[in-house]
Design a protein around this ligand. Structure first.
Ligand SMILES: Cc1cc2nc3c(=O)[nH]c(=O)nc-3n(C[C@H](O)[C@H](O)[C@H](O)COP(=O)(O)OP(=O)(O)OC[C@H]3O[C@@H](n4cnc5c(N)ncnc54)[C@H](O)[C@@H]3O)c2cc1C
Length: 437
């Protein structure tokens, strides 16, 4: 039997597990996750109201229905079990740990209370146990969100939505209550570059037109009349649609709804001001675009904000002993190969870019590589696999969570949901484990 360990049960881990379990009938595939809950950012990243996107879980669930796939939740590789122990006990290890650590803004004032990375803010409203106690400061009228991608849009939308617009989402009750109470009037979404370079998709951008209480505003002078002749044809369609949507927003009237979302381009944050240790403003420098690059102009302006959320990208966190490229904050690899018998895929392999289907394509390639390397190796497996790991977990008093255990947690979340909510997530590991004993 070939014993395969996968670290991380996000889409990348599930896709690799599925392919290997399907193609290698004599293999046992064990998918470890540090949380008792599977599916990575599908649960803890994707916007709580985007239940259609979260339905991808139906597909991922099928992986764990396979007889030769085991979920081993609540086991942190690097803490509960070392990377070396995994390599010692498995013929193949695939690392799919994602990338959720926030990059920092790196400007004066960025450590003040009231400043959050998008990773932690999103984790908070999505019920990730790491950020259950974040309680972000949302007591001012102005919020700045730095970033021009879909994550920045997700955050703006969640904050701008009314309780009824969130009622059929799986946002945690705690986060929904905090957002309901927040006296926010102005949300500023700030991009360093222009609308041609913004990485929003049009579906995400257009959703703002339908919000009950929030009007979206854009300075018409910031929207180019047309794409330049040499614009990349691969993104021309999306960007043209975005320009059209932005033009429609630029005609909106600022006082038509109680909350205003200001989409601002060509500005870089330079300093966060404080009053008594709290954020009291954000100073920005205007940029001009030169051949797709943002150049500073030496002109500054200030926004009256009390909370700043930076959505400027994520990085992976190294696991002790695992080859790690610190300059790119990814697991070191060459086309998915990390070292002998170790592979990687997903956000920790290529950096935090790409939607869920992109991980599937990459996982398929890496799984094929694993199968071809196994075929080329004529030595029989001598690695003991999970039995040895189970003994170590026992000795270390780590309560691992099986897929059947997860289903108990899952059902309890669904059962305790009120109204139209699909589930009320447990946000603490202890609460989840208490259901199992
Ligand atoms: C805010 C946000 C919104 C998004 N919205 C969408 C969307 O609407 N549609 C879309 O298609 N894509 C969306 N994406 C992108 C999508 O979530 C990613 O493409 C995808 O989740 C990446 O998958 P992954 O498996 O590489 O990483 P992840 O999904 O991050 O999974 C990694 C897993 O590894 C586990 N792990 C980490 N370290 C360890 C360790 N040491 N030991 C054990 N386990 C570990 C984690 O707990 C996690 O379960 C969004 C991303 C973000 C951040």
């Amino acid at each position: 039997m070939t014993n395969i360990a996968i670290i991380g049960s996000g889409p990348s881990g599930c896709y690799i597990a599925d392919m290997l379990a399907k193609k290698l009938k004599d293999a046992q595939v064990d998918v470890f996750d540090r949380l008792p809950t599977p599916f990575g950012l599908v649960r803890a990243g994707v916007a709580p109201a985007h239940q259609g996107t979260k339905n991808i879980v139906r597909q991922l669930e099928r992986t764990f229905a396979r007889e030769n796939v085991r979920f081993v939740g609540n086991v942190h590789i690097g803490t509960d079990i070392t990377y070396q122990e995994l390599k010692d006990n498995y013929d193949v290890v695939a690392v799919t740990i994602g990338a959720v650590k926030d990059r920092v803004l790196g400007i004066p004032g960025d450590q003040l209370e009231g400043i959050y990375g998008s990773g932690e803010f999103v984790a908070w409203y999505n019920g990730h146990p790491d950020k259950a106690d974040l309680q972000p400061k949302l007591d001012g009228s102005g919020i700045a969100i730095i970033g021009n991608g879909n994550v920045a849009l997700d955050i703006a939308r969640v904050i701008a939505k009314t309780p009824s617009e969130l009622s059929s989402s799986d946002i945690t009750a705690n986060a929904a209550a905090a957002i309901k109470e927040a006296p926010v009037q102005d949300i500023y979404l700030i991009g360093r570059r222009g609308p041609l370079e913004a990485s929003f998709t049009n579906m995400e951008l257009s959703e703002f037109a339908e919000l009950e209480s929030c009007v979206t505003l854009v300075d018409p002078d910031q929207i180019p009349a047309a794409l330049p002749d040499d614009f990349d044809p691969r993104s021309a369609n999306t960007v043209n649609q975005n320009l059209e949507t932005l033009r429609a927003y630029s005609a909106n009237s600022a006082d038509s709804k109680p909350i205003r979302l200001h989409i601002m381009f060509c500005a870089s944050p330079v300093e966060i001001s404080e009053t008594d240790g709290h954020v009291s403003g954000l100073k920005l420098e205007k940029n001009r675009m030169v051949e797709g690059r943002a150049e500073s102009t030496g002109e500054y302006f200030e926004l009256d904000v009390q909370t700043v959320i930076s959505a400027i990208g994520y990085q992976s966190e190294p696991i002790e002993g695992m080859p790690f490229d610190h300059s790119r904050s990814i697991v070191s690899n060459e086309d998915g190969r990390v070292e002998q018998n170790v592979y990687t895929s997903g956000w920790c392999k290529r950096g935090p870019q790409g939607v869920i289907p992109a991980n599937r394509a990459e996982a398929m390639t890496v799984a094929k590589q694993i199968i071809s390397d196994l075929d080329a190796n004529s030595e029989a497996s001598t690695k003991p696999g999970f039995d040895q790991i189970a003994a170590l977990l026992d000795k270390r008093h780590v309560r691992s969570v099986s897929y059947a255990d997860w289903q108990i947690i899952n059902n309890a979340e669904i059962e305790r949901a009120e109204g139209d909510k699909p589930r009320e997530k447990f946000t603490r590991v202890d609460e989840m484990l208490a259901l199992l004993d």
